[in-house]
Design a protein around this ligand. Structure first.
Ligand code: ADP
Ligand code: MG
Length: 233
């Protein structure tokens, strides 16, 4: 059996602000294998973004363990987490999170510069991904000069540039019209078909049907964990 990409063991996340404590995740057990496409659903406040932030090494667990690609990240320092994040995780957000002062190519190259990849090599990779995302005629444009769909394509190219182990998407089509959103979802389907491991948060049942698996959250716990239409292959 292959090593899971994600393995959460009794994962707990508690936010502490002064005397206020909020337990956002209450003992989550979740395994995601290489090449799976899983969708996370659940009401607002049920812990979906908290889960994604933990999976993406943006935050620390309060209890339990998280193994990413077989290696525990539970006791890593902030610097170690940030390195793991830049090497192994691709993020796609609802709000794109591009750097407004940088053009399309420069935005795509950002993760490579964090890794010290030489400029000429970064440029070749960024151009190839921009082309793949249909952005060849927009390479020198700034995010403000692009449509929402084009900005999300830049964000997807940026998330792919380091060939991540795990791709995480939080409502990636939330700000897009339905036609543009459908194009972005097709791109995500293609990445899955190529073998990428994808975890995506969505509110939309139609979107959830595209994934192999739907994990439903309620009040910080997993309510159900179903393979779309069939038992786990
Ligand atoms: P969802 O993405 O499903 O809407 P979240 O993961 O954002 O849910 O939030 C889960 C719970 O944790 C909510 O009760 C929310 O108010 C709380 N929460 C989220 N982020 C923080 C934070 N930074 N500080 C304190 N509480 C938080
Ligand atoms: Mg959320």
């Amino acid at each position: 059996m292959s090593v899971p990409i994600v393995e959460l063991r009794d994962a707990v996340k508690e936010y502490v602000n002064g005397s206020l404590r909020v337990t956002a995740l209450r003992g989550i057990n979740l395994r995601i294998d290489p090449g799976e496409y899983a969708v996370i659903m659940g009401a607002s406040g049920s812990g979906k973004s908290t889960l994604l932030n933990l999976l993406g090494c943006l935050d620390h667990l309060s209890g339990g363990d998280y193994l990413l690609g077989g290696e525990s990240v539970a006791n890593k320092t902030d610097d170690q987490l940030s390195e793991i994040r830049s090497l192994r995780i691709g993020f796609i957000f609802q709000s794109y999170n591009l750097i407004p002062q940088l053009n399309v190519l420069e935005n795509i190259e950002v993760p490579l510069f964090y890794q010290g990849v030489p400029e000429s090599e970064a440029r070749v990779k960024a151009e190839a991904l921009a082309e793949r995302m249909g952005l060849s005629d927009r390479l020198k444009h700034k995010p403000m000069e692009l449509s929402g769909g084009q900005q999300q394509r830049v964000a997807i190219a940026r998330s792919l540039v380091c060939d991540p182990l795990l791709m995480l998407a939080d409502e990636p089509t939330g700000n897009l019209d339905s036609k543009t959103g459908a194009e972005i979802l097709e791109l995500i389907d293609e990445l899955h078909a190529e073998g990428k491991t994808i975890v995506m948060v969505t509110h939309d049942d139609d979107i959830a049907h595209r994934a192999q698996r739907v994990v439903r959250f309620l009040d910080g716990k997993i309510l159900s964990n179903d393979w779309n239409g069939a038992p786990k292959p």
